[in-house]
Design a protein around this ligand. Structure first.
Ligand code: PLP
Length: 375
């Protein structure tokens, strides 16, 4: 059997929506982007959303909106995709890593306060694998120290915790529609927020700081534009938005499907003494982006080889950011600095986890994992 690590779930409906854009006048930012933004904002129960080219852009622009740059520090987690810390590097600020919770892999909110200095300007929590961080506590800390909170919600459009969703307690939430994410257009990103000033700034910042986009300039008669500030170029196109629009209606159903796959995995792997898994904290709606298991770190790479040899696609999410060459060289990080993140990074294996997985594929994965992981 050959089981891909990921397969997208684009439907006929999604493809037809793209065809409509291709047959229309504006391929770039326009009507479809507007419609997508309204739907994403409504789904996340935020007032506004702005479509961008990636979550990396969303994070970087969020930091820039708050004027964070040279000489500033931003607190974040080493247990994430490198994009999270890189966005802080782009603006010239320093990422200050905090170790993660043993049980979830999320930033350990109880360790944040001692890392706050006069230079600290913001916290970027990452809702790892789709499970939200302790946003109540993070918001309290941020308010006590006058910090901004930018949520990296690349794994977590659907999540909730303690009754609040993504973007509610953070100042800005950043989303990714990269190829393997729950909601995907191959590449793409967005923010959501509740402050009209943030919304207005992002609409211009994604387009060079221009006061009008192409659709606005040309739909009726040509209108002059002005450039209000030095913006960027990372606006979402109608083509991307069209792919995304109808997926939003299916998010809850797709989540249910991933939830039932997670149950099958849990049931099938629970008796294996050599496998541990992140746990779900109480009062949480888990967005179920990735399904990872934790195994003996000395055997991990060998297990991955064996799983791939018998056709099972796997990945590592993630090797901790502070031990990447760039971060080691620039800041002098070394093994032992963030032991919990390092332990997770050395022992984690992500299994195939998407609605298209067939029952016999899931059975095969469970059987094979239990046959291979035996010490
Ligand atoms: C995928 C991902 C990103 C980056 O998303 P892009 O849209 O590819 O820029 C950022 N953070 C996390 C946690 C991710 O998984």
């Amino acid at each position: 059997m050959k089981i891909e690590f990921y397969k997208h779930h684009l439907s006929k409906n999604d493809k037809e929506e793209v065809q409509k854009v291709l047959d229309s006048l504006f391929l770039t930012t326009g009507e479809w982007v507007d419609r997508f933004e309204k739907k994403l904002a409504a789904y996340t129960e935020n007032k506004f959303s702005v479509g961008l080219m990636s979550c990396t852009h969303a994070l970087e622009l969020s930091l820039r909106y708050f004027g964070i740059g040279m000489g500033d520090e931003v607190i974040t987690t080493p247990m994430s995709f490198i994009a999270t810390a890189n966005s802080i590097e782009y603006v010239g600020a320093k990422p200050v890593f905090i170790d993660v919770e043993e049980k979830t892999g999320n930033i350990d909110a109880s360790l944040i306060e001692r890392a706050i200095t006069k230079k600290t300007k913001a916290i970027i929590p990452v809702h790892l694998y789709g499970q939200m961080c302790d946003m109540k506590k993070i918001r309290q800390l941020a308010d006590a120290h006058n910090l901004k909170v930018i949520e990296d919600a690349a794994h977590c459009v659907e999540g909730k915790r303690d009754g609040t969703g993504v973007g509610e307690l953070g100042d800005i939430a950043c989303y990714s529609f990269y190829a393997t994410k729950n909601l995907t257009s191959g590449e793409g990103g967005a923010i959501s927020c509740n402050d009209p000033a943030i919304y207005e700034w992002f609409k211009m910042a994604r387009m060079h700081g221009m006061s009008k986009n192409a659709a606005e300039r040309y739909t009726k008669k040509y209108e002059h534009y002005d450039m209000k500030f030095l913006g960027f170029k990372c606006n979402m196109s109608n083509i991307q938005a069209a792919l995304l629009i109808n997926q939003i209606d299916r998010l809850e159903d797709l989540l249910k499907e991933r939830e039932s796959i997670a149950k099958l995995y849990d049931g099938g792997l629970d008796r294996n003494f050599y496998i541990r898994k992140p746990s779900v904290v109480s009062d949480t709606k888990h967005a179920r982006h990735l399904f990872t298991i934790w195994v003996n770190s000395e055997k991990r790479d060998g297990y991955m080889d064996k799983l791939q040899d018998v056709g099972i696609g796997v990945a590592v999410n993630y090797r901790p950011i502070h031990l990447m060459k760039y971060y080691k060289q620039k800041y002098g990080y070394k093994p032992g600095d963030f032991p919990v993140a390092e332990k997770i990074g050395a022992s984690t294996i992500s299994l195939p986890f998407y609605p298209k997985l067939k029952t016999e594929e899931i059975d095969y994965i469970i059987k094979t994992v239990n046959r291979i992981i035996i010490n």
